[in-house]
Ligand binder design. Sequence first.
Ligand code: COI
Length: 357
Amino acid sequence: MTEIAFTKSNTLGVMPPEEQLGFGKYFTDHMFTMDYDPQNGWHNPAVIPYNEYSVLPAAMVFHYGQAIFEGMKAFRTDDGRIIIFRTKDYLARFNRSADALCIPNIDIDVVTEGLKKVIEVDKAWVPTKVGTALYIRPFIIATDPYVGVKVSDTYKLFILLSPVGAYYAAGFDPVSIKVEDKYVRATLGGLGEAKTPANYAMSLRAQEEAKKEGFAQVLWLDAVERKYIEEVGTMNIFFKINGELITPDLVGSILGGMTRRTVLELAKSWGIKVSERRISVEEVFAAHEKGQLEEVFGTGTAAVISPVGELSWKGKKITINQNQTGDFAKKLFNTVTGIQYGKVEDTLGWVDEVTKL
Ligand code: COI
């Protein structure tokens, strides 16, 4: 057991009505923090009031983007428990991102303890309705006050908590997506598989242009041939073609999504033919032409399962499953959320309990 300091906030907030939560706008009363320096390693684990944090303007994170983050969720089950989904798997990915950005690894057990403690303190903020959750945002920033380019010696870790509803305004209705043929998100040998702000900064201009054209998101292609499908940026992508479930394999430029992994594990356990392989946009459009493209959906922690109703590529638009949510996406959504809300038995050991009845 690690000693985690606790300072209680003297101004406690109130959670807005659950139907007004939206995504990522509200934060709970407390946060978890830790510091890193070369002498002490990661130290000072503490639950403190969620408040402004002071840092020198020279802090390296502002200049060269040495930072990583995660996105996880906790849920309130029907019988009143609070559970976190796949805690250790997410924090293991946090450490893989840390490796890519030359940030020292965290001790997963210590951070898990800190996370459980801050959720326990702020448990009144865990919403109850289906479709809501407590979004967990761990992140680490480089704090050396220095404007030369190097790896920072000091870091700060935060975990923020945010009660959320659906990520997309469309909720579980199908979204319209543009296949991006002008900009690229990541290239082999780069940072694409790390959860680091640079990948999201890369996405902004394309996202803005696509939004003006009426699309919810862009679908990224590989940076070299501009041919093979990668991911959506906030989601991984799946195609159901002729009974087979296909998703791009993790070649190095794609984020290894936790919901992606959950869907692959579930589909395999149901005996569905599953392939992680290169898939070109031509293949998807050709399958549609032949009437074999049954469903397309995105997977992400924030978005959960998000059906894709339309795909547009170089001005050609296809409509998938009559722009309706497909049966397979529905089954996945019901199973994943069923496990998360404690309605479906967690036979695969994905659930981590914060509070017991
Ligand atoms: C997530 O699904 O948690 C993401 O990271 C997507 C986005 C909110 C950045």
